[in-house]
Design a protein around this ligand. Structure first.
Ligand code: FES
Ligand code: FES
Length: 167
């Protein structure tokens, strides 16, 4: 019997993609296997770890828990879409400068989650950062440097805003 497929159109990191997918295809598999965007990781199969976090219409979602058909028409941003003009996003820079990673497996998901957090709250307290990333698990770092990395990015983004407002 022929497999049933559905046509979906998604804008991912600024590019529009139309594809025929099975209704059961998870967004994380669409990103990794159809678009080859393997920066979005899979760390569990229980919606626990957050390694698969991407932005969907600006909201952080666990892409292992979203069907591709549910994302039809949506705008998706993955870790591959964070750098601008060949320059790391302040969050990427923060994880680098503050040593916010060891194995790096959780990092793309952490960064996407933190991007949503900082978009909503540009000057979060440490508690707000820890609460914000509580759905993302890291097995290596103990979180201290992850928090510092997000604080670094928050500072950089605020400075950038102030500079833009002053120019
Ligand atoms: Fe673990 Fe999605 S892969 S929450
Ligand atoms: Fe290894 Fe976070 S750096 S899981």
């Amino acid at each position: 019997m022929a497999k049933q497929t559905v046509t979906v159109t998604l804008t991912v990191n600024g590019e529009t993609h139309t594809a025929e997918v099975e209704p059961r295809l998870l967004l994380v598999h669409f990103l990794r296997e159809h678009l080859n965007l393997t920066g979005t990781h899979i760390g569990c199969d229980t919606t626990h770890c957050g390694a698969c976090t991407v932005l969907m219409n600006g909201r952080a979602v666990k892409s292992c828990t979203v069907l591709t058909v549910q994302a039809n028409g949506a705008t998706i941003k993955t870790i591959e879409g964070m750098a601008e003009n060949g320059k790391m996003h302040p969050l990427q820079e923060g994880f680098h400068v503050e040593h916010g990673l060891q194995c790096g497996y959780c990092t793309p998901g952490m960064i996407m989650r933190a991007a949503e957090l900082l978009a909503k709250n540009p000057d979060p307290t440490e508690d707000e950062i820890r609460w914000g990333i509580s759905g993302n698990l890291c097995r290596c770092t103990g979180y201290v440097n992850i928090v510092k990395a997000i604080q670094y990015a928050a500072r950089k983004l605020r400075e950038r805003e102030q500079a833009a407002a002053g120019s």
